[in-house]
Design a protein around this ligand. Structure first.
Ligand SMILES: Nc1ncnc2c1ncn2[C@@H]1O[C@H](COP(=O)(O)OP(=O)(O)OP(=O)(O)O)[C@@H](O)[C@H]1O
Ligand SMILES: [Mg+2]
Length: 275
């Protein structure tokens, strides 16, 4: 059963801000014969941070990968349902996988910069893949802009030619965020982006998320309930009961999910009584 906390009215869209929401409709997913998600629907609103929470193995990462067409690259994997970016289904016939990737970026649990490539080239590496050609001066501006947005510029602006692998873990994760931003995505998906980081780096990334969400819709998976409470506007609680596929038990504004959840399983989870 799905319990929904009534949504607050959406903020009026600003006509020039270009923000895009993401809506999952009736998403089911399989690895071979094994069904891991069952008709999951979720509206991830433009200009908000949506946190996906729930115990290990309930399908959060699988759901996230479906949101930017990475799931279909896993051999034997399949899915059903729709994902609408600003109202357009990214899985519609004729829509290219690369279009979805450009518009919907992803940051992973383990920072994965190209270690031998310079900080500068790491940031611009996505441009080659998208076939974007730029003049040197524009590229310099873009690198500064993306590193600034990712909260890293002040720490690296005097060593942009040093390898990305020479940065600390927290800096590498912010470098990966800068790299994602360089192709100007409309949505950024983050799968436990802080789980390998120390508290200071974690706080730094959380500040970055708060800044970014003005321009990019964010969906973040986290096992850290304090983090979900701090960074997200809304939460969705995923759960997979024994031998059954994952579902969303409850979703709604973060404050309500933590302070007055409708479902006792949500209350137990957010208060650390299981998972
Ligand atoms: N590549 C794969 N091949 C087969 N089964 C997979 C694969 N990836 C995930 N699964 C299965 O799909 C289910 C959901 O996994 P998923 O990684 O989405 O969970 P999760 O909620 O992200 O867990 P965690 O919190 O541990 O990251 C699990 O039963 C998992 O074993
Ligand atoms: Mg996961």
């Amino acid at each position: 059963m799905t319990t929904t906390i009534p949504d607050l009215p959406a903020p009026a869209p600003h006509p020039s801000d270009g923000l895009a929401g993401l809506e999952a409709r009736e998403i089911s997913a399989w690895f071979g014969e094994h069904k891991v998600l069952d008709r999951v629907s979720l509206n991830m609103r433009a200009g908000e941070v949506t946190a996906l929470i729930g115990p290990s193995g309930c399908g959060k990462s699988t759901f996230l990968r479906i949101l930017n067409r990475m799931h279909e690259l896993v051999p034997g994997a399949s899915l059903a349902g729709e994902v609408l970016l600003a109202g357009q289904d990214i899985y519609a016939p004729g829509r290219r996988l690369t279009d979805a990737r450009h518009q919907i970026g992803m940051v992973f649990q383990k920072p994965n910069p190209f270690p031998a490539m310079s900080i500068y080239d790491n940031v611009t590496s996505g441009l080659k893949l998208t076939g974007t050609r730029m003049r040197r001066a524009d590229r310099d501006d873009l690198v500064e802009e993306c590193l600034t947005k990712a909260g890293l510029w002040n720490e690296v602006n005097d060593r942009l030619r040093q390898p990305g692998g020479a940065l600390s873990g927290g800096q590498q994760q912010r470098l990966c965020i800068a790299r994602s931003l360089a192709v100007r995505p409309r949505v950024l998906l983050m799968d436990e982006p802080c789980s390998a980081l120390d508290p200071t780096s974690t706080r730094r990334i959380e500040e970055t998320i708060a800044e970014l969400v003005r321009e990019v819709t964010i969906v973040i998976v986290t096992h850290n309930m304090q983090q979900a409470a701090r960074v997200s506007d809304r939460c969705a609680f995923f759960l997979a009961a024994h031998r059954t596929p994952g579902v969303i038990v409850e979703h709604g504004p973060t404050k309500a999910m933590f302070e007055s959840p409708r479902d006792s399983r949500t209350a137990d989870y957010v208060h650390g009584r299981f998972g």
